[in-house]
Each structure stands twice: as structure tokens, then as C-alpha cells.
Design a protein. Structure first.
Length: 167
């Protein structure tokens, strides 16, 4: 097992800050209407490919999502405590699963798509009584857009610099 050092912690912190910053900046744009709710495309979910490059992304994505969900709940744009707890834990699980399949590049974005479709769809159903299957579908489609359409090109570019960025 690899020893966790200062670089690992710093990388996790940078990824957490980046996830939260991208989400919160995007909320202030026209895309912001689709960051929380039943039709959801979080641009920051493109970062869920980072576990393919560094294990530090697993706690980093979790903390970034947690911070984002806490701030979002203050503005009434999320499902409150359910989203803070279960939405953030879903990101942790998805990031860990992505880390496990990191050697199969095209599978890396799949765990965030599936886990978030189920977990966030369920949270939105419980919090707002949205239709469960339809909400899971719309969240899943949003995740495909964020993780495959945005995230996969990001992974392909960052992969070229892996040795320089993530040593």
C-alpha cells in the first residue's frame, strides 16, 4: 500500500477546491440552472476521471462535492441533508470505483454515471417526490454529458502529462 504523503494530501486539496470552484462558478452562468435538480449536468463532474491519474482524486472529489452540496443547500438548490450526505457519499463510491478501473480508460467515467444516476435520482425522488425512474434517467444523461463528453477528452489530454503533473 502506498504511503500517504504531503503531496497526496495537497493534490486531494487542490482537486477538492477545483471541483467546488468549477461548480460554484458555473452556477452563476446560464448552465447554473442545470447544476442541481432533476435535470443535472455538473460541469465539475468532468473531473471524476481524475482517479485514473491519481488516487488523491478519490478523497479530493468527495470533499469537493461535499463542500459544493453544503453550499448549495444554503441556497436551497439541493436536496438538503439527503444530498449533502448521500450525494457526497455517492461521489466517494464512484471515485473509488473509477480508481479501481483506471487501467480500462473508457470505463473510468462509468462509475460516476451509474452511481450518481441511482443515488442522486433517489435523493431527488425522496426530497422532492420527483418520479424515480425518470429522475434517475435524467441524472444519468447529465452524467454521461459531464463524464464522457467533457471528462473523457480531459482524461485524454491530462494522460499525456501524467508524469509531469501527477508524479
Amino acid at each position: 500500500m502506498k504511503k500517504i504523503d504531503t503531496r497526496h494530501i495537497a493534490r486531494a486539496g487542490i482537486i477538492a477546491a477545483l471541483y467546488a470552484a468549477v461548480t460554484l462558478v458555473a452556477v452563476a452562468t446560464p448552465v447554473g440552472a442545470f447544476m442541481f435538480g432533476p435535470v443535472q449536468v455538473r460541469v465539475s463532474e468532468a473531473l471524476t476521471v481524475l482517479p485514473a491519474l491519481t488516487g488523491a482524486a478519490v478523497p479530493g472529489l468527495f470533499i469537493g462535492c461535499l463542500v459544493t452540496n453544503i453550499i448549495g443547500s444554503f441556497f436551497g438548490v439541493a436536496g438538503g441533508a439527503l444530498d449533502i450526505v448521500f450525494g457526497s457519499l455517492a461521489t466517494l463510491l464512484a471515485a473509488w470505483l473509477s480508481y479501481l478501473v483506471r487501467d480500462k480508460k473508457w470505463l473510468v467515467p462509468l462509475p460516476p454515471v451509474v452511481v450518481n444516476a441511482v443515488a442522486v435520482g433517489l435523493v431527488l425522488h425522496l426530497a422532492f417526490d420527483y418520479p424515480l425512474v425518470a429522475t434517475m434517467g435524467t441524472v444519468g444523461l447529465g452524467q454521461i454529458a459531464a463524464c464522457y463528453v467533457l471528462g473523457m477528452p480531459l482524461l485524454l489530454v491530462l494522460e499525456k502529462y501524467k508524469g509531469k503533473i501527477f508524479r
